[in-house]
Design a protein around this ligand. Structure first.
Ligand code: ZN
Length: 233
């Protein structure tokens, strides 16, 4: 059989093989999903598969010695948007993505995160709560239970954040200053007079709008947090 990966699916191949059509000899029958994952592409990264030019599910089984021509395409922001037409997706992130989690929450997105969750927990949360799994672990993405996910490609938090915003078309879906960056709880607005005793003098002098996390009591104001988020837009 021959296999060609389109666009950013090539990120998963060794550099020398990117953009090339490659020959694969099947010695036993195998599902398209398993063939793709054997060369390192998690099924969650693939939007569309064509077998001999016809769209086909990844569960399709190829026979030993098959000469099928497989083309696999990645998700596009438009396709992602179609999956979440009314509201942005909720996320769950693996333990290595704490910086990304805080930044997404500051922009208003619902991100579940705890640093004591193992792979099985993360897959279960993603499945049961319909959360998009964000991870840097390809093995985790090969689990059948994980249906919606994004492999996080970059090292730097800012680059990770920019990738997620672009990939899921989130730029016009932000609600900065509405969610606690520490615990993910939606914030309550709070009158300045109620919390003025907790403010540093400069904050007290310069800001008028405040919000408070009802769970962890952390205060947010239209200063550093919002300016930080807005600068990143
Ligand atoms: Zn909180």
């Amino acid at each position: 059989m021959r296999l060609r990966l389109l666009g950013e699916l090539n990120d998963f191949l060794p550099r020398a093989q990117r953009g090339q059509s490659q020959a694969i000899t099947l010695t036993r029958r195998a599902a398209v999903k398993d063939v793709l994952e054997a060369i390192g592409v998690p099924h969650t990264e693939i939007s569309l598969v064509r077998i001999d030019a016809l769209a086909a599910p990844m569960s399709n089984v190829l026979m030993s010695g098959s000469d099928a021509h497989i083309v696999a395409a990645p998700w596009t922001p438009a396709a992602r948007r179609a999956d979440w037409p009314d509201a942005p997706p909720a996320f769950v992130a693996d333990v290595h993505l704490g910086g990304l989690v805080r930044r997404l929450r500051l922009a208003g997105f619902d991100v579940a995160y705890a640093n004591d969750r193992d792979d099985a927990d993360l897959a279960a949360i993603s499945d049961i709560e319909h959360r998009v799994l964000l991870t840097r672990d390809r093995g985790l993405l090969k689990r059948a239970r994980v249906r919606h996910a994004r492999f996080v490609r970059c090292d730097a938090t800012q680059a990770q954040y920019d990738d997620i915003v672009a990939h899921f078309g989130l730029a016009d879906r932000m609600q900065p200053f509405t969610r606690c960056s520490d615990c993910n709880t939606p914030l309550d607005t709070v009158a300045k007079t109620d919390i003025v005793h907790r403010l540093e003098p400069l904050t007290r002098a310069h800001y008028t709008h405040f919000a408070r996390c009802p769970v962890c009591d952390k205060l947010f104001w239209g200063g550093s947090h919002v300016a930080d988020v807005q600068r990143r837009l």
